[in-house]
Design a protein around this ligand. Structure first.
Ligand SMILES: Cc1cc2nc3c(=O)[nH]c(=O)nc-3n(C[C@H](O)[C@H](O)[C@H](O)COP(=O)(O)OP(=O)(O)OC[C@H]3O[C@@H](n4cnc5c(N)ncnc54)[C@H](O)[C@@H]3O)c2cc1C
Length: 339
């Protein structure tokens, strides 16, 4: 995303990526849900994020000639009167009207669902095919010799007026290693609070679905009879590999949701770059201004990345300020304590 915005602004950039199979972006559903959680509140900054989502993925679709972004409503199943009350209360709020579909329905797919009390529907959500986007963009970079597939070796970085790394020379380097940033010697003072997420890919016997269904888990259409089911979350983990415990949890929720059978075709896990205060990490290193970070996208990389990448590129090229909430300057005291 940063490469895209830098190119749009006439800059050249080189990407170094170790093609980690368990990268969060390769496991994510890429879902965008404007109203989330048990209290059905607007997702952080969603009113500003959505226009950027549409224009940026739209431009990428055109440039790469692949379908990346699909508009999808989110069909929220309500099983208890308390849930229904909260939904009705929230949807009466004029600030939410824009997102509420008055006639919720999943059409014929309803026959695959266990009985429920009622449902609400959230408009203007969507889904980004992140694995396809990454693969296609990497191929494009490869053709233009703008990517090196390798693990970054921090010891080989030479910081001066210019940044030097092996045979590369640049004005700046931006680290965007996702959860692996806790191994970055320059930025590991930042308070990440990493979380592991697991998901299943399943085939259902029949039923076309255009919407995302949500109750405890999300059921996201992946084309034809393929669906993504997730996620199971854990704050206590030793690696980024799939676990039996999470699989059992996901299957439990899936059986509660579906009346039809399913076949599991894949089980994936990844560590999300989640942050203690749930806000991303953007900005330059307190001591080395030409070292920057773009991280902490947490559970919402698909919707946050366009808005924040544009902001970081504006900061680099025009010195436009980074919003305080996401600026790593808010953790300067952590840096001082450790250095
Ligand atoms: C199960 C699950 C479901 C999710 N569902 C959603 C969803 O529906 N919607 C949504 O918006 N978000 C979702 N997320 C969150 C989303 O995946 C993240 O917000 C986003 O992918 C973070 O992107 P990133 O580029 O920061 O990190 P990553 O995708 O992890 O990418 C980090 C990259 O850095 C590279 N790297 C790291 N260290 C090095 C190094 N030393 N040298 C070279 N390369 C390196 C890796 O190879 C990798 O390519 C989900 C996450 C999980 C785990």
């Amino acid at each position: 995303m940063l490469h895209f915005f830098l190119s749009e602004n006439g800059q050249t950039a080189h990407v170094i990526d170790q093609k980690h199979k368990g990268a969060a972006s390769k496991v994510a559903a890429g879902g965008i849900n404007p109203i989330t959680g048990k209290r059905f509140v607007k997702s952080w900054k969603i009113d500003q994020l959505l226009p950027m989502v549409r224009s940026t993925y739209g431009k990428l679709q055109e440039q790469l000639r692949i379908p990346i972004f699909t508009e999808r409503s989110v069909f929220r199943i309500l099983k208890h009167p308390a849930e229904e009350n909260t939904w009705l209360g929230r949807t009466a709020d004029p600030l939410y009207q824009h997102y509420v579909e008055n006639d919720p329905s999943v059409g014929a797919f309803n026959s695959n669902l266990n009985p429920y009390l009622s449902a609400g529907e959230i408009k203007l959500g969507g889904q980004v095919n992140l694995p396809l986007l990454i693969k296609t963009y990497q191929n494009f970079l490869s053709e233009n010799e703008q990517i090196t597939f390798d693990q970054f070796d921090y010891e080989q970085l030479k910081i001066g007026e210019q940044i030097r790394y092996k045979n590369l020379e640049a004005k700046k380097i931006i680290f965007c290693e996702g959860a692996a940033a806790d191994r970055n010697p320059f930025f590991n003072y930042l308070p990440f609070e990493l979380s592991k997420g697991e998901a299943l890919e399943v085939d259902l016997p029949e039923g076309e679905l255009e919407k995302i269904i949500r109750h405890k888990i999300s059921l996201v259409p992946f084309g034809g009879k393929k669906f993504w089911v997730g996620s199971a979350n854990s704050w206590d983990f030793e690696d980024d590999l799939p676990t039996d415990l999470a699989k059992a949890e996901l299957e439990g929720h899936l059986k509660e949701l579906l009346s039809c059978g399913y076949e599991i075709t894949a089980h994936k896990a990844a560590i999300r770059p989640t942050v203690k205060d749930r806000r991303p990490f953007l900005g330059s290193h307190p001591k080395h201004p030409n070292l920057l970070i773009f991280n902490g996208l947490g559970t919402k990389g698909a919707s946050l990345a366009p808005y924040l990448a544009e902001q970081l590129v504006g900061f680099i090229l025009d010195e436009s300020p980074i919003e305080k909430e996401v600026d790593i300057g808010r953790y300067f005291s952590h840096f001082q304590e450790e250095h």
